[in-house]
Design a protein around this ligand. Structure first.
Ligand SMILES: [Zn+2]
Length: 287
């Protein structure tokens, strides 16, 4: 009896540490946040735009851990027009990137592709104008694809995996369904769907609007943007192993050969075990 109680307390503490939303079920609810147009900068560009040795200063923390809105803004310009005071988000990244809505793109006179953040190969050019200098990006302007951030625990409750596409029903005054929303899983993330201002306006999304997963079928994946690598990955059928001990550690993970590990709700999974799973592209699923 005493042992049972201790086990329960340990589970509650771990759940707390993992920042679990206790009311989360397999279809949600998924909180939604609206990403306004913004800029990510590489270090060299910060110095060109704001002066040698300059570092971005924090205005406020964003919901995803470590990300922040900077006090600094820039003007962005395209062939047809410009937009002033576009917010820079920190910290600095390996490559500068600008995310705008399609409405913004019309104003700028460019036709950026719909992409996942960070995927800027062959995207549209854009000029960044700062107080101390100007940077012309040959590529880097995109329209961000709607996506959902979450950690591994949330992914297992929602029964989705990193890179998967789902359909999301938006419960608002003007209800809509967003198809083809990409799942992005990382231990650093916290559950939140990100849409741009055009999407938010279309569906009357405001503070507190939530979404629900209505399909997580493999057919929701786009054929077009699928790389050869992910296709090869999918054709290998995952082997499944049932794991029913109380604790799943990294050491235990190293001994398991299967790609899919089924655990019960009672099993406690360590953060290192989740890290290892991600590293080895293995999936831990609560069944
Ligand atoms: Zn995001």
């Amino acid at each position: 009896m005493k042992e049972k109680m201790i086990e329960k307390i340990v589970q509650q503490v771990i759940a707390k540490l993992n920042n679990d939303s206790t009311d989360l079920t397999s279809d949600g609810p998924i909180p939604i946040a609206v990403s306004a147009r913004h800029i990510h900068l590489q270090k060299e560009h910060v110095e060109i735009l704001f002066g040698k040795g300059y570092e971005l200063t924090k205005k406020l923390d964003l919901s995803q851990p470590g990300q922040f809105a900077a006090n600094e803004t820039l003007m962005i310009a395209g062939p047809k027009g410009s937009i002033e005071r576009v917010r820079i988000l920190g910290p600095v990244r390996p490559a500068s990137q600008v995310e705008v809505s399609l409405t913004d793109a019309f104003k700028l006179g460019v036709k950026p592709p719909l992409r996942e953040s960070g995927d800027i190969n062959g995207s549209s050019p854009i000029t960044l104008i700062g107080p101390k200098g100007t940077v012309y990006l040959q590529e880097g302007l995109i329209i961000a694809q709607a996506h959902i951030h979450m950690n591994f625990k949330e992914a297992s409750v929602l029964q989705v995996e990193d890179g998967q596409y789902v359909n999301i029903a938006i419960n608002s005054e003007r209800p809509m369904t967003f198809n083809h929303v990409k799942i992005r899983v990382s231990e650093r993330f916290r559950l939140e769907m990100h849409v741009d201002t055009d999407e938010a306006n279309a569906a009357f999304i405001s503070k507190g609007t939530i979404g629900k997963i209505i399909t997580s079928a493999v057919t929701a994946r786009p054929i077009k943007t699928q790389s050869v690598e992910t296709m090869a990955h999918e054709t290998t059928k995952p082997s499944i192993e049932k794991y029913d001990k109380k604790l799943l550690s990294r050491e235990d993970m190293e001994k398991i050969e299967a790609n899919m590990i089924h655990i019960s709700k009672q099993t406690i999974v360590t953060a290192l075990a989740y890290d290892y799973a991600r590293e080895k592209k293995k999936q831990i699923k609560i069944v």
